[in-house]
Design a protein. Sequence first.
Length: 409
Amino acid sequence: MSHLRNVTCRVCKGSSLTRILSLGEHPPVDNFTDAEHLKDEKRYPLDVYFCGTCNLVQLLDVVAEDELFHGEYAYFSSASKPLVDHFRSYADDLKSEHVAPGDLIVDIGSNDGILLQNFVGTHRVLGIEPSANVAEAARAKGIETESGFFTIEMAKRIIEMHGKAKVISANNVFAHIDDLDEIVQGVKDLLTDDGVFVSESHYLLDLVEHGEFDTVYHEHLCYYSVKPLQHLFGRFGMEVFNVVRMPTHGGSIRVFARKASGLPIENSVHELFALEEKAGLHSLARFADFQKDAEAIKEKLVSLVRQIRREKKKVVAYGAPAKGNTLLNFCGFTQDDIEYVTDTTPYKIGLLTPGSHIPVVSPDILKTETPEYVLLLAWNYRDFILEKEKELRARGAKFIIPIPSVEIV
Ligand SMILES: [Zn+2]
């Protein structure tokens, strides 16, 4: 079975689900391919639904794990300097409030140890990473890492070997989990009674307010706001006690949960809940224009790129992140529109982008070549990249920023 469609909400199990966005059929965004394997490429519906009961925004189509990772998972967090800096400061925040030297910290979806590397030597750390080669990169840095997916069974094994954890984190993976009950129960089992579960996810309020529809992809099953998370943790005798908005990935929330304690809930939780209510996130009506707004960006971007091509000028794309592939496929771009995509990730270089089949090359090409236009797919690093590429821009390359609105700089 390579694809299933859920019929109930992942958080509340209700069936009051309404489709609010349909982006068409796409291959999974991390499935970079090559000429030999084009015939094997599979596409699945990319449709977003709203739950009328707990208000979780989610995908119901679940692509099987073995279709998603496709052998070697292409994403190493530590290849991104802004992310390395982000997780260093994240670790400092945890050290100042939630963990003491010697405590155990478990990171679910630990990637190459980008968070845990900041605790090596002072705290006990354990990473959990499903992708074998990424887990190996973490072990090479001295970070003990379990290969596999976190389950209640794995939590039991960890308790036997290491004891309970003071902090469990799950960053940019909590939204990728289909069976949330399994994870939350496992987290509750593994946490000490005064332990903290902390999770960063892309924030629905930013997605909606800035039209970030390209952050929708098959791996990204849930688009969280505070309200459904309170519902989820509440079902397991846990509570959300603090929330912090972060600029990461175009706008994220860092959510802190603990076992129900009777202690006061921080104001941040009430404030963000009220802000969501005011922004309409708890009502289906807010999403009425979701589809139309995405189509408007598509139309504008496609007509811009096709106009530039008619003038015989070159367009390339910068960065091949997950969301970039959603955008390329939604717009129907091919190599006729965009000659190549640059990306620093070694695994992607030499392959073709999924669906749009545009070659991925090393960014070194931009040291010698000056395309007239560069489409910035990693628009969340806009300021960082525009500064980094000032020499390229001085040579005459213009950047096209697609989100939140199509803009040339
Ligand atoms: Zn629900």
